[in-house]
Design a protein around this ligand. Structure first.
Ligand code: GLN
Ligand code: ZN
Length: 766
């Protein structure tokens, strides 16, 4: 029997981001919900067709989503907070979008659900919220509809759902606290999943995939009990008619594998890329249930590089020595990789042959399964295998000796900024003369369609570089005038010249490659197009200096220089796999360090180095945090700024607030000021700041920029009050919680106006 193939999920945004385009058109009133539904159907049909054509046996359904699979799951379990129900929309999609984005209109005014990073990816999920009135029951028919839709097109699919354990672990109560899970809730949730299994059995589904990525996290006894309680109630509903694939990814499940094995799932999906050693060891120790198929996740859903077939074949064959039932699978959903390398031919075949995006990864899954089936002689003779091995023979040129020499020469001093922060803070206060509770923004201002249009014209050669630069300068002048008008204290130039905070730098550094269309969903309709680290990285020439110099020349207020930090550049790029992340980060740190020093020399007194992505690559297991990450990531940041004068103020920004657990590491970055998100999540980080005697001055975001909603002045004042209850007033900055580039002008200026007024009101009472 040939080896079966499976993928966990497929990108849903579409080859050309069709889903993004139609949903955004709908939001603007330029398309109807029926248009959105139609495009959704077309995309699903196309994706199933591609999966079948590639020879995938277990084709997923319900991996599609209009916004987010966690939000879909919340709605499916009827976990819809009362404030959204009260809007009483006619169409379920309207409720869904209100939960995702907030709603401000004739039916009411509600904020969106909080959003969080999906494990170590750059995908964000909406956090389900249970309130007093929540009554868990099956609500809606999305998974069944999509299953039947596929069936009608001739595809027998494997419906995919977020599993009950992960759902409960990631849900919060209406105070943003972890859920207190009692027997009643377990019964209710398990009841819904049991009903789902029975319905799928009835509809004729052979497999149902339950994604339980939370199983790769650290667990305590209560977690293990929760897992057992849920599945012992759910699995009997299989009734021998439908198979359950317990799918895990982003790490290993070694600490619960024995329990999982005893449940005799029909399938267990293991990540053999990120959780390789520990997962294999667990399988070796505890074996595999008699009826269980192991889904060997050998094709990464997190990189763009070709799979090393020899390695994958060895992994699969290793498992085959333990059990006869092995399927070849993607290590996680392909949601996190771009659609296809087709259309990227401009990169040249020498480059392109090293890449596999989602469509190509389908072929890889099939090819690995086919190769596993061959005997040794046939393998040796296989052209597919030979061609693959050529990619890994070391012939790719990626080395720059000058970069290596500079790294070698680094000494401990290069990682330490002097004098100590308390002394610097005194000097900076004198030098900058800012009022208490200084107001600022995170850097970008709305990237209007006009700005994108001008950039497109430049790209197509329809306007000259000078014309484009004049246009950008005009925008800078305008945004400076408006910031001065509303009375902000520390200004920014708006980042209009940047398409993206990582790509912009990548394009100006040696060592990066760029794609035309390799978009990946980040949240909702928002996609990112990460650059690719291809070889050793260095800075060819100053990147931002002229823009910052110009902007500072147009105002007497301090103008922040705006850079992206090395950890974030790497985390939001596709990293190399032939050298370590640590080494790549240091190369980047040196490049950005050059830029910091040039900005300072150009008269810029405040420099913000964004490390928006620092936390997201924190290893999932706490025992790995320092040894495998922070011990090199934090020094890399210090390397960037350790060379500046004491009175140059270094800011950093992070797009999350959950750093209570690494608060001392954040302090150890030795920035002078940090701004971070706080308005959408909880405010527990403020307690941590309080407890840790956090030295860095901080601006916890006072309003949510991920929603078009305009916060009122009173609301912001209240928020500032909450912050001041926990923090020393002379350490507090007032800012929104992230950059404003995705917002419209219409909401940006009133919101900032309210923010400045709120700060002034609080200031006047100090
Ligand atoms: N300076 C960037 C901006 O304002 C930071 C963006 C981010 O944190 N994602 O857009
Ligand atoms: Zn941010």
């Amino acid at each position: 029997m040939s080896v079966p193939t499976s993928i966990s999920g497929f990108p849903r945004i579409g080859r050309n981001r069709e889903l993004k385009k139609i949903i955004e058109a709908y939001w603007k009133g330029d398309a109807s919900l029926d248009d959105v539904r139609r495009v959704g159907r077309e995309l699903r049909a196309e994706h199933w067709r591609l999966e079948r054509a590639a020879g995938i046996d277990l084709i997923p359904s319900n991996d599609f989503s209009l916004y987010d699979q966690m939000l879909d799951t919340a709605i499916l379990l009827n976990v819809i907070p009362a404030r959204y129900r009260r809007l009483s929309f006619d169409d379920p999609e309207q409720t869904l979008f209100a939960m995702a984005r907030g709603y401000q209109g004739e039916r009411g005014d509600v904020t969106a659900l909080p959003m969080k990073k999906w494990f170590t990816t750059n995908y964000h999920y909406l956090v389900p919220e249970f309130d007093e009135a929540t009554e868990v029951r099956l609500n809606g028919t999305k998974p069944f509809d999509e299953y039947l839709e596929a069936k009608a097109l001739g595809y027998q699919t494997k419906p995919v759902l977020i599993g009950p354990y992960t759902f409960l672990k990631l849900s919060r109560d209406d105070q943003a606290r972890e859920l207190r899970v009692d027997e009643g809730l377990i019964d209710a949730v398990a009841g819904v999943y049991a009903e789902i299994l029975r319905r799928f059995a009835h509809l004729g589904a052979a497999w149902v995939q339950l994604d339980e990525p939370c199983l790769v996290l650290d667990k305590d006894d209560a977690d293990v009990r929760l897992f057992k309680s849920l599945y012992s109630r759910i699995l009997p509903a299989r009734e021998g008619r439908v198979k359950v694939l317990l799918n895990t990814y982003f790490g290993d499940i070694a600490d619960i594998y024995e329990t999982v094995r005893l449940f005799e799932f029909d399938g267990v999906g293991l990540d053999l890329v990120e959780g390789r050693e520990a997962n294999l060891a667990a399988v070796g120790t505890h074996g595999v249930g008699e009826r269980t198929t192991l889904f060997a996740g050998v094709v990464s859903g997190r990189n763009i590089w070709r799979n090393d077939y020899a390695e994958s074949i060895a992994l699969v064959e290793g498992l085959q020595r333990v059990t006869g039932r092995v399927a070849v699978a993607s290590a996680c959903s392909l949601l996190h990789v771009p659609f296809s390398t087709k259309g990227e031919e401009a990169l040249g075949d020498d480059v392109l042959r090293h890449f596999a995006f989602a469509v190509e990864k389908l072929d890889e899954v099939r090819e690995i399964a086919d190769l596993v089936d061959l005997d040794d002689d046939a393998k040796k003779a296989s052209d597919v295998l030979k061609a693959n091995q050529l990619l890994f023979d070391g012939s790719r040129v990626a080395r720059d000796d000058a970069v290596r020499a500079r790294l070698e020469a680094l000494a401990d001093d290069d990682f330490t900024r002097l004098p100590a922060r308390a002394e610097r803070q005194r000097l900076q206060r004198e030098a900058l003369g800012l009022p208490p509770l200084p107001t600022t923004t995170i850097g970008s201002f709305p990237q209007t369609s006009q700005i994108r249009a001008e950039r497109a014209k430049l790209r197509k050669g329809e306007i000259s570089r000078d014309e484009y630069d004049a246009f950008i300068k005009d925008r800078i002048d305008d945004v400076i005038r408006q910031q001065e008008q509303i009375g902000l204290d520390v200004l920014v130039h708006g980042e209009f010249e940047r398409n993206d905070m990582v790509e912009y730098f990548g394009q100006r550094l040696n060592g990066f490659l760029f794609t035309k269309n390799a978009w990946v969903q980040s949240y909702g309709t928002r996609c990112v197009k990460p650059p690719i680290v291809w070889s050793d990285v260095s800075r060819a020439e100053p990147i931002t200096v002229e823009w910052s110099r110009y902007a500072q020349s147009r105002t007497d207020k301090p103008m922040k220089g705006m850079l992206t930090g090395p950890v974030t550049i790497l985390n939001w790029s596709w990293p190399r796999e032939d050298i370590s992340a640590e080494e790549q980060t240091r190369q980047l740190a040196l490049a950005i360090r050059d830029e910091v020093l040039d900005l300072e020399a150009a008269g810029i007194r405040i420099i913000q180095i964004d490390e928006a992505a620092l936390r997201e690559k924190l290893p999932l297991r706490r025992s790995d945090w320092h040894a495998k990450y922070l011990d090199w990531a934090i020094p890399a940041f210090r390397l960037v700024h350790s060379g500046v004068r004491p009175d140059t103020q270094i800011h950093t920004h992070m797009c999350y607030s959950e750093f209570n657990d690494i608060i001392r590491d954040i302090d150890a970055m030795d920035a002078d000021v940090i701004s971070f998100e706080a308005s959408r999540g909880d405010l527990v980080v403020l307690d941590a700041i309080d407890d840790a005697d956090f030295e860095t001055e901080a601006g916890p975001g006072v309003y949510d920029i991920h929603s078009p909603r305009v916060p009122g002045e009173a609301e912001i004042e209240e928020r500032i009050g909450e912050i001041l209850a926990k923090m020393d007033v002379d350490k507090v900055w007032i800012n929104p919680d992230c950059g404003l580039k995705t917002r419209g002008e219409a909401e940006t200026w009133p919101s900032l106006g309210h923010m400045v007024e709120a700060a002034k009101a609080v200031r006047s009472r100090l």
